[in-house]
Write a protein that binds this ligand. Structure first.
Ligand code: SF4
Ligand code: SF4
Length: 376
């Protein structure tokens, strides 16, 4: 395993993301413990020492599973646990950061968290945490006590908000969404450069864009790859793009199969700063250009159409599943999301309310038929 130096600590360049663990009966709360234990122990034995979970993952059972497996195998103190303060609870009755952290320690069967993050910060969450919950005093106290060893945040907002947040507290690390399609989204390349200038290493999440950059059975992508002589998998190409960057702390991969763990560990060892070749760079540029030409539904997700829908159809979700399926060639994966969220799409009575409300002037009822034809 390759390691990065974090103030004298050796942290594995690959982090094990515990947000997409294998489950039983299609139930996110029923984690397949033997399978997860096998995956985690393989990762541990091959040098992965960073395990990333969060309060809401698997309805709380990700933290429980991680805590149980680490305790059972006596390896809690040999690895780093990262978990997160769940910001979507802000403002809800009973939200209390101290209570949340203490629940997390209990679930994780530990007395400290190695890397603690404010989860997915966006909008006014950080200001509210400061003003309504005295979060800075709380975090400082927990850090002094050693309950939180290192403090950071994960982030989903604009570059400008990223800069403001980085400058507002004594963060030791931060975590951003970053991959070769999202390098200008949210914090993006500019965020990478800014964090480096401040000496704050970054964790990368979604390096393969939630699996979208794997492109199974996608002849147009295969043709681009062949043109550039690329032989590694699409997952590796995406990971190489990220690992190539400087100032990284950990690249996280949400793994749900042992083979993925094995592959990611092998890829990590083949990569590092400056690893991306000219052919790979050119191939990625051509893939980006190609994907921009794919014909998708120009829905912005504003949801103006949904309020007046008598059938309560989740129109933007239907369009999002369609767009992702068409663009990334992963219809089957999107079909599962579509089935879950859009089971009532056939109830559309073609009243046309949605089309009237749509600021993009989309002919929603007709487009819904197109989406149905694609998935059904
Ligand atoms: S046309 Fe269909 S989707 Fe649109 S508002 Fe009417 S019922 Fe809902
Ligand atoms: S109103 Fe139009 S753009 Fe907005 S979510 Fe609905 S379909 Fe998409």
């Amino acid at each position: 395993m390759r390691y990065n130096d974090f103030h004298g600590e050796k942290i594995s360049a690959l982090g094990f993301g515990c947000m997409r663990l294998p489950v039983l009966n299609n139930d996110q709360s029923q984690i397949d413990m033997p399978k997860v234990e096998e995956m985690l122990l393989y990762a541990y034995e091959h040098g992965v020492n960073y395990y990333d979970t969060a309060y809401p993952y698997h309805n709380g059972f990700s933290e429980v599973a991680l805590g149980e497996i680490l305790a059972k195998n006596g390896i809690r103190d040999k690895v780093n646990i990262a978990t997160k303060l769940f910001t979507l609870e802000i403002g809800r009755p009973g939200f209390d950061p101290a209570k949340m952290l203490s629940t997390q320690l209990e679930r994780l069967k530990t007395d400290h968290v190695d890397f603690y993050l404010i989860h997915g910060v966006h909008g006014d969450q950080w200001e509210r945490l400061k003003n309504e919950y005295n979060i800075i005093e709380f975090l400082n106290e927990k850090r002094r006590q050693g309950v939180i060893r290192h403090m950071g945040f994960s982030f989903h907002d604009s570059y400008e908000a990223f800069v403001k947040l980085i400058d507002d507290y004594d963060w030791e690390f931060a975590q951003i969404q970053y991959n070769y399609l999202d390098n200008e989204l949210q914090a993006g390349d500019r965020g990478l450069a800014y964090a480096k200038s401040k000496g704050i290493p970054l964790n990368i999440m979604e390096p393969i864009k939630g699996g979208n950059l794997i492109f199974p059975n996608y002849p147009a992508i295969d043709e681009i790859r062949a043109r550039h002589g690329i032989t590694e998998s699409n997952a590796e190409l995406a990971l190489r793009y990220v690992f190539d960057k400087e100032n990284l702390h950990v690249v996280l991969s949400g793994m749900n199969e042992l083979d993925q763990v094995k592959e990611n560990i092998a890829i990590t060892d083949r990569c590092g700063v400056g690893c991306l070749t000219a052919a790979e760079t050119a191939c990625i540029e051509d893939i980006r250009a190609f994907l921009e030409t794919v014909d998708t539904i120009p829905c912005t997700g504003c949801r103006y159409c949904t309020e007046g829908c008598p059938q309560k159809i989740m129109i933007p979700m239907a369009f999002s599943c369609y767009n992702t399926g068409v663009k990334f060639g992963n219809r089957d994966a999107q079909r599962r999301n579509y089935d879950r969220a859009c089971a009532n799409i056939g109830d559309c009575v073609e009243c046309g309310q949605c089309a009237e409300a749509c600021p993009q002037h989309l002919d929603v009822p007709e487009l819904l038929k197109k989406v149905r034809a694609y998935f059904e």
